[in-house]
Design a protein around this ligand. Structure first.
Ligand code: AKG
Length: 255
């Protein structure tokens, strides 16, 4: 159960966000911090294509998801050497069949994030407290326009950095195959790590509160790397965001 004590970092951030009245509509907190010189149209698109829904699941739903996953997950060992070097300190699995009450939650994800069409296998990624997801772009060979994730057990900060690669205007500028032939997707890896430095670039930090759902699609999914900041760098707008063990329940659509 989350108890936000009066001084908790998340509460401080939310209080500050709430006080930035101009940026907030009645039920929308600004959980995105923009850095660098964003072209206006690209920032507008990004806002549409990178959404966070806070309190997407209740505390008891978080618990029931955790209870279903934990018996399997706890038997796996955290891996610190991922074959594509994108993730450290993690264990993962895929699950197709869910208890009915958890199936209902995934049905809500399907409706809100995917317009109905989602892959049947759900990816579960359990990141150790000292685990990290390094900057990468999910391969267009294995994943379509949209990636969504429910965060369990911990808040975290996700950073999206504009890649140097040519802008991918899905869907008209090319299929995954065409992109590969242009050199944008060089191999069959699940995750690519294209050049995306912070210098002379623009990027965004997103506060992902525990029990929120993020929906990353189109420009946010194709033209930006995403990463989960390591605990020693986990801060949002200057306030530390303690990252403990985090489990994400990730849905994707077909390429
Ligand atoms: O844990 C998350 O929410 C993101 C996972 C991710 O980036 C990946 O599996 O490629």
């Amino acid at each position: 159960m989350i108890i936000l004590n009066r001084c908790s970092p998340l509460r401080q951030i939310l209080r500050r966000c709430y006080s930035q009245a101009a940026e907030i509509t009645s039920n929308k907190i600004n959980l995105t911090a923009f850095f660098g010189k964003w072209p206006e149209t690209e920032q507008q698109e990004f806002r549409e294509h990178m959404r966070i829904i806070t309190d997407f699941i209740s505390e008891s739903e978080e618990q029931q998801l955790h209870e279903e996953i934990e018996p399997y997950m706890s038997r796996l060992r955290y891996e610190f050497d991922h074959w594509d070097d994108a993730i450290h300190g993690f264990r993962e699995t895929e699950r197709k069949k869910w208890f009915p009450k958890n199936r209902e939650i995934l049905e809500r994800v399907r409706k809100v994030a995917f317009d109905g069409a989602v892959m049947p296998y759900v990816h579960i990624l359990d990141l150790a407290p000292d685990g990290v997801i390094k900057p990468h772009v999910d391969s267009t060979r294995y994943c379509g326009t949209t990636i969504s994730g429910i965060s369990l057990l911990s808040d975290s900060v996700m950073r999206l950095v504009r890649t140097d690669a040519q802008r991918y205007n899905q869907p008209s500028s090319g299929t995954a195959k065409e992109l590969e032939s242009k050199g944008s997707e060089p191999d069959a890896a699940y995750r690519h790590q294209p050049a995306a430095s912070l210098e002379n670039n623009f990027y965004a930090d997103l506060l992902l509160p525990r029990r929120s759902l993020y929906i990353m699609s189109h420009t946010a999914r194709y033209n930006f790397t995403h990463e989960i900041l390591a605990k020693e760098h986990s801060e949002f707008q200057g306030t530390p965001v303690p990252k403990t063990r985090r489990i994400s329940i990730i849905c994707r659509n077909d390429p």
